[in-house]
Ligand binder design. Structure first.
Ligand code: NAP
Length: 289
């Protein structure tokens, strides 16, 4: 018997239905949650991501503004746009699609977004709120991973969670969210000499590396929960994660849980962006409702 799959599509659909209802209630009170998505340049992958985000807003009753600019837009002009969006009461969340053209300092741009509108949760201020245990907007992918873990019913308190990867957007915030949920957390990275030594002891593993087969069957504990954030291509060009899926699913046994790629973490990321936008709208309109 092999591990159960955590269905990201099903969970995302359930959460999106609730988000749609909360957005509709806010809209009835004259505060439709609004997201501004800013795209600079012609990167084809970014164009697809942006389109998906705008479409998700439209499908769930959120107001969305798509601002598309030529790759030649100056840093000063982009910062001026962010200032205007910060001041716009119809915009509760601002997302600047990365990567930006080289002549624009992404750190400066992220820092310019008002913290209460930072629905990506990438700013130093938002990261500081998370690290300090203060309320705030959480980065969408790790936030979605927490929801996937929660959906298994496996409690995190006192469990050993291993995060593989330490990027500012996934690994580090993931580790902090697990810590906040009272897990005992280990963070592994490219300089970790024996990854299996840590993952074999883990009740929960979150793999966020971007390399196939980083987690193999001999590296997991029976009954563990494995969240595969990685997005890679296999030899046939098909999307796959960081986990050796079929063999790890067997090794986990019937008590274990595993997210598929695609269909696990992917659908949750945009869902949590909608969630953050609704949360931001609720916070920004609290005194006017
Ligand atoms: P990243 O910035 O490249 O970070 C990768 C991390 O993996 C780094 O911390 C790196 O360590 C570590 N690493 C590299 N090789 C390793 C190894 N052999 N053993 C252990 N750790 C190793 O990537 P990211 O932005 O965090 O994204 C990670 C993956 O998740 C990518 O495949 C990305 O496409 C995917 N992703 C998916 C979603 C989604 O919505 N599904 C969202 C975001 C990201 P060092 O720090 O030491 O270099």
């Amino acid at each position: 018997m092999s591990a159960r799959l955590i269905d990201g599509h099903a969970l995302a659909a359930r959460l999106r239905a609730e988000i749609g209802e909360r957005a509709a209630r806010l809209a009835e009170q004259g505060h439709r949650p609004g997201l501004a998505v800013v795209l600079v340049g012609e990167d084809p992958a970014s164009a697809v991501y942006v389109r998906n985000k705008v479409r998700a807003c439209q499908e769930h009753g959120l107001h969305s503004v798509l601002e598309k600019y030529d790759a030649t837009l100056s840093e000063a002009a982009l910062l001026a746009r962010i200032e205007a969006l910060n001041a716009d009461p119809d915009v509760h969340g601002i997302l600047v699609q990365m990567p930006l053209p080289r002549h624009i300092d992404a750190h400066k741009v992220i820092a310019a977004i008002a913290t209460h509108k930072d629905v990506d949760g990438f700013s130093v201020q938002s990261a500081g709120e998370l690290a300090s245990g203060l309320p705030g907007l959480r980065p969408c992918t790790p936030y979605g991973c927490m929801k996937l873990i929660e959906s298994t019913g496996v409690p995190l308190r006192g469990r050993h969670a291993v995060v593989v990867g330490r990027s500012n957007t996934v690994g580090k915030p993931m580790a902090l969210l697990l810590l906040q949920a009272n897990a005992t957390v280990t963070i592994c990275h490219s300089a970790t000499p024996d990854l299996g030594h840590f993952t074999r002891d883990a009740d929960v593993v979150v793999a966020a590396v971007g390399r196939r087969n980083v987690v193999t069957a001999d590296m997991v504990k029976r009954g563990a929960v494995i969240i595969d954030v990685g997005m890679n291509r296999n030899d046939e060009g098909k999307l796959c994660g960081d986990v050796d899926f079929a063999a790890v699913r067997e090794a986990l046994g019937p008590e274990g849980w595993l997210t598929p790629v695609p269909g696990g973490v992917g659908p949750m990321t945009v869902t949590m962006l909608l969630e953050n936008t609704v949360q931001a709208a609720l916070a920004q309109t609290a005194d006017r409702r």
